[in-house]
Design a binder for this molecule. Structure first.
Ligand code: NAD
Length: 323
C-alpha cells in the first residue's frame, strides 16, 4: 500500500475481514509514499496499491517491474499520475475504482450551495462571539431557481436529483449525452452559453481535459447572471482562478464554493505547504466572505471509503485469479 492514510486502515481491515479467509491470508503489505526512492520496497510483492498522489512515472514503474510487480491497483478514479503507455510496455496492469459513491460528492456540492447561500460559516463565527445580528446574512430560496450543471455523469445526475427535491429547475450540458438521454432525468439539455446566461447556480461535474481547462474564465463569467453562484467539486483547473477573483471583486460572481484548487497538485491530503499558503492567488481567495474552500473532501464519507476498499480488494483478487 502506498500513500496509505490513517483513516483507510480500519476500512480496509473491515473489507478484508469480509472476504473468505483463504484470500485474506494472501494479503500482507508495507506502507510508504511511492517515489523513486521508495519504489524498491515493492520487492517481493505482486501488486502495489496506490493513490492519486503517488508517483507512477516511467522511472517508478521501471523499478516496480524490475522488482516483479505485475499490478497497480489504484484506490481512486483518476489515473493522471500514471504513465499508462510505460505501464503497458512494462507488462504492468493498471486497475482503478471508477465509481464509488457519486452521492458523497453531490452531497458535498449541495452542502456548499446551502452554506454559501445562508452564510452559515459567517453566522457560526458571529454567534460564537455572542453576535446574533442578521446584517449581511440575507439568503435566497432555492425553490424556483435555475441550476446549470456542466457534466451529467454520475455526480452531476446525483446532484440534479437533490436539487430537484428543492424545487430547483435543472438545466444541463454534456457533450457525451444526447438530448434524449438527458430529458428522462427532468433536466433541460442546453448549450454551454445557455447555462452561463440563465443559471443562478452553476456547478461543474465534468473531467479536466484540454477542452475543459479554464472553461470558467473572463469570457464565460461575463456571460453569467450578475451575482451567480459557482461551485467546483471536480478539478481545480476548470476555473481560471484570477478571472474568478476579478468576478468576485466586481460582484459578477456572487458566491464561490470550491473543493478543488488549481495548485493542490500532490499536496492533496497533506498540510498545505508554505508555497500554497504564501500563494498570492490562494490568499486573495480566502479574503472574500462569499467564498468557501474545502480541501478535496467531497468523496470523504464512510460509505464511499467502504466502496473504495471493497472494490480495490476485489480488483486485486480478480487479477490474482486470472493471472
Ligand atoms: P463521470 O465520468 O460519471 O461523468 C463525467 C461527465 O462529464 C460525463 O458524462 C462526460 O460526458 C461529461 N463531459 C465530458 N466532457 C465534458 C465537457 N467538455 N463539458 C461537459 N461535460 C463533459 O464522472 P463523475 O464520477 O460524475 O465525476 C465528475 C468529476 O468529479 C470528475 O472530474 C472527478 O475527477 C471529480 N471528482 C471529485 C471528487 C472530490 O472528492 N471532490 C471525487 C470524485 C470525483
Amino acid at each position: 500500500f502506498f500513500s496509505y492514510q490513517d483513516y483507510e486502515r480500519p476500512v480496509f481491515a473491515e473489507a478484508l475481514s469480509q472476504i473468505d479467509s483463504q484470500s485474506s491470508q494472501q494479503f500482507s503489505w508495507q506502507e510508504a509514499h511511492l517515489t523513486p526512492a521508495t519504489a524498491a520496497l515493492a520487492d517481493g510483492y505482486d501488486a502495489v496499491c496506490a493513490f492519486v498522489n503517488d508517483d507512477l512515472s516511467k522511472e517508478v514503474l521501471e523499478i516496480l517491474a524490475e522488482k516483479g510487480v505485475k499490478l497497480v491497483a489504484l484506490r481512486c478514479a483518476g489515473f493522471n499520475n500514471v504513465d499508462i503507455p510505460a505501464a503497458e510496455k512494462l507488462g504492468i496492469t493498471v486497475v482503478r475504482v471508477p465509481a464509488y459513491s457519486p452521492e458523497a460528492v453531490a452531497e458535498h456540492a449541495i452542502t456548499m450551495i446551502m452554506a454559501l447561500n445562508r452564510k452559515i460559516h459567517k453566522s457560526w463565527s458571529r454567534v460564537r462571539e455572542g453576535n446574533f445580528h442578521l446584517h449581511g446574512l440575507l439568503g435566497f430560496n432555492l425553490y424556483g431557481r435555475v441550476a446549470g450543471l456542466i457534466g451529467l455523469g454520475r455526480i452531476g445526475l446525483a446532484l440534479a436529483r437533490i436539487l430537484q427535491g428543492f424545487g430547483v429547475t435543472v438545466v444541463g450540458y454534456d457533450p457525451g449525452m444526447s438530448d434524449n438521454q438527458i430529458q428522462p432525468f427532468n433536466i433541460t439539455p442546453v448549450s454551454l452559453k445557455e447555462i452561463y446566461k440563465t443559471s443562478d447556480i452553476i456547478s461543474l461535474h465534468c473531467p479536466l481535459t484540454m477542452h475543459t481547462y479554464h472553461m470558467i474564465n473572463d469570457c464565460s463569467i461575463s456571460m453569467m447572471q450578475p451575482g451567480v453562484m459557482l461551485i467546483n467539486t471536480s478539478r481545480g483547473a476548470l476555473i481560471d482562478t484570477p478571472a474568478v477573483i476579478k468576478g468576485l471583486k466586481s460582484g459578477q460572481v456572487g458566491y464561490l464554493g470550491i473543493d478543488v484548487y488549481e495548485q493542490e497538485g500532490d499536496l492533496f491530503f497533506q498540510d498545505l505547504s508554505e508555497e500554497v499558503i504564501q500563494d498570492d492567488v490562494f490568499q486573495r481567495l480566502l479574503t472574500f466572505p462569499n467564498v468557501l474552500v474545502t480541501g478535496h473532501q467531497g468523496f470523504f464519507t464512510r460509505e464511499a471509503l467502504q466502496a473504495i476498499a471493497g472494490i480495490t480488494i476485489n480488483n486485486i483478487i480478480e487479477f490474482e485469479q486470472t493471472d
